[in-house]
Design a protein around this ligand. Structure first.
Ligand code: ARG
Length: 594
């Protein structure tokens, strides 16, 4: 086999030092470009992953050559000489299927996984990451629940998808600001303030602020049904708040702080963090007023009985109130002013709002207004939406609070694990472990399909260890973690240079696993482009399946050839690193034991 290697040419947007499969693709492209007389970059963009288990496939019609597909195929296959990059080629009409050099592929991928995971100075697993966002800043707003109202499953989806996006952008080198924009303003706070005088309890508030405020809100709403004065009082109170009356704001401030504290603890349980807690209350009058002024100058504002509307009929987006009769602001106005303030403060290169598709109309109006204001950054603001979740209720009834969902997930999982007595006894922290697996189950179910799809939540599916579920994924990771414990004589492994990875080439499953590991950096790139977690979920399951397929073939325990045992162990360690990275990208904490 020819192994004299001249350095590969460079191709834009590739980086073999982060994704070594780029090198294999470049080599294939180089081969075709010289045989067919085409520019390297053009060919490179046509080197795709094979669809039916081939490594790489090129569809030749895309090059628009004058030759027939058979002639092209003959030209390429005729003088084919295997080298360190490509082992063989098969032509199937318009498709050229390439198999990469097995030994070199396994060697290079495992080395890269190992060195980028364990030898990076900052110890952040860097395999899979890239620098495409270096020097750029993004604000990602997600979760954004309303204080004193229920935390519904839509908020949970925003939380889960938003956290994923924050992780993806970080992995691609962006500076990420995770932002939680609380619904902490509006007439409902006038209602709660009036209700608090009647139903408030300091003790309850300290125990669980979120729950207590919600309870008050429910009660005072009931009162309002029979007594119209309640609403009038509430509106007056809120007007005082908007006018900055300290007396009216005092309690509200405390409620807000306490609610944030409680939320922070719950998000921590979900392995999710925010850099900034802001909210509708933080949007200043000035930015809203100046936006309205500019809209007025552009002739987009109409008056309706003292209220102001922005007319978006021309864009089929209807008319939207931007200022109420009594001069108070509303949701849309606050979003407009808030965006301007965020730009002024952060000078972001991009801003994402992770908000349910139920608010598509609102978001389109909001983004249209930014555009009409001719803000130069308007095009950098993106709405990432998602569909509805049906059927998420606990056994006690409808879900109102985030901690109910988390608790239920833990309990359902705990009961499931107790069914296997023997295994259950061997678990060190059964409650903690089941909670973690339960949360994984909820997240996986949420991210398994395209964002925009609605889905029906199913506790039975969530807790199952069979099929593509959260528990199955955790189990795959735990099993990898256990090989080292079961084969202590192999641990720690010698440095990779002393491990003979060629010994893995005889195992088709080892080859499959290595190649999948090699594709992980591409999985991250695609996630950045599509804003879809489902691709990462699919990857994690493909890898888990490949690993479970390998257990019977690539056996470590009892392997008498020490060199071979080490090579196998090395493969599994790399697989564990990458599986863990993909799980962390999905905000899941990989377990070492269960
Ligand atoms: N608090 C809102 C709600 O629960 C979601 C906020 C979405 N973000 C935004 N900037 N509008 O419906």
């Amino acid at each position: 086999m020819a192994s004299t290697s001249s350095p590969l040419p460079t191709v834009p947007d590739t980086d073999p030092s982060k994704c070594v499969l780029d090198a294999f693709r470049i080599a294939i492209a180089q081969r075709l470009s010289s045989t067919l007389g085409l520019p390297l970059e053009q060919v490179y963009s046509g080197v795709d992953y094979g669809k039916k288990g081939e490594d790489f496939t090129v569809a030749t019609p895309r090059f628009r050559l004058k030759l027939k597909v058979d002639e092209i195929a003959n030209k390429v296959t005729e003088g084919f000489q295997p080298d360190e990059w490509a082992e063989s080629i098969v032509a199937d009409k318009a498709f050229l299927h390439f198999k990469v050099n097995t030994n070199n592929m396994i060697r290079k991928i495992l080395d890269q996984v190992h060195s980028l995971t364990h030898e990076t100075p900052d110890k952040v697993p860097a395999y899979g990451s890239n620098d495409s966002g270096a020097g750029k800043k993004i604000i990602i707003e997600y979760s954004s629940p309303n204080i004193a109202k229920s935390f519904h499953v839509g908020h949970l989806r925003s939380t889960i998808i938003g956290a994923f996006l924050a992780n993806v952008y970080k992995a691609c080198g962006w500076e990420v600001i995770s932002m939680n924009y609380l619904g902490d303003w509006g007439t409902q706070f006038g209602l709660i303030a009036t209700g608090f005088e009647k139903y408030g309890s300091q003790e309850e508030l300290e125990k669980n602020a979120i729950k207590h405020l919600f309870d008050i809100y429910v009660k005072v709403n009931k009162d309002a049904e029979s007594d119209p004065n309640v609403k009038i009082e509430a509106a007056k109170w809120f007007k005082r708040m908007e006018d900055g009356d300290e007396e009216a704001l005092k309690n509200w401030r405390v409620w807000r702080e306490m609610s944030i504290k409680k939320y922070e603890g719950e998000y921590e349980g979900l392995n999710i963090h925010f850099d900034v807690y802001t909210g509708e209350s933080k949007v200043g009058q000035k930015s809203m007023a100046s936006a309205l002024e500019r809209l007025e100058e552009k002739g987009l504002i109409t008056d309706s009985e003292g209220a102001k509307l922005v007319d978006l009929e021309k864009w089929k987006l209807g008319k939207a109130v931007v200022r109420k009769k009594d001069g108070t602001s509303i949701y849309l106005t606050r979003d407009i002013g808030g965006a301007q303030e965020r730009y002024d403060e952060y000078k972001f290169d991009k801003m994402i709002y992770v908000v349910s598709s139920q608010q598509d109309q609102h978001m389109s109006q909001f983004l249209k207004v930014l555009e009409l204001l001719e803000l130069p950054w308007a095009k950098s603001v993106i709405h990432v939406n998602y569909g509805l979740v049906q059927g998420m209720s606990t056994r006690k009834g409808t879900v109102v609070f985030l901690d109910q969902i988390i608790r239920e997930a833990g309990q359902v999982m705990h009961e499931q694990m107790q069914k296997n007595e023997e295994k259950y006894k061997a678990v060190e922290n059964p409650e903690e472990t089941s909670l973690e697996i339960g949360i994984t189950g909820v997240k996986i179910q949420d991210m398994a399909a395209k964002r925009i799809n609605n889905y029906t939540f199913n506790w039975d599916r969530m807790k199952s260890f069979e099929g593509d579920t959260g528990p199955y994924l955790q189990y795959a990771h735990v099993r990898l973690a256990s090989i080292g414990r079961k084969n202590p004589h192999l641990i720690p492994l010698p440095p990779p240079s002393q491990i003979n990875t060629d010994l893995l080439a005889e195992y088709p499953h080892a080859r499959e696993i290595a190649f999948l590991l090699g594709s992980y950096p591409d999985v991250v790139k695609v996630a950045l482009k599509t804003h879809e977690p489902s691709g990462v979920v699919t990857f994690a399951f493909r890898l888990s399946h490949a690993i479970s397929g390998a257990w019977e073939e690539v056996i470590v325990k009892g392997e008498e050839n020490l060199e071979k045992a080490r090579a196998k162990m090395f493969l599994y360690e790399c697989a564990k690193d990458v599986l863990a990275s993909s799980m962390r990208l999905l905000s899941i904490r990989p377990l070492e034991r269960m």
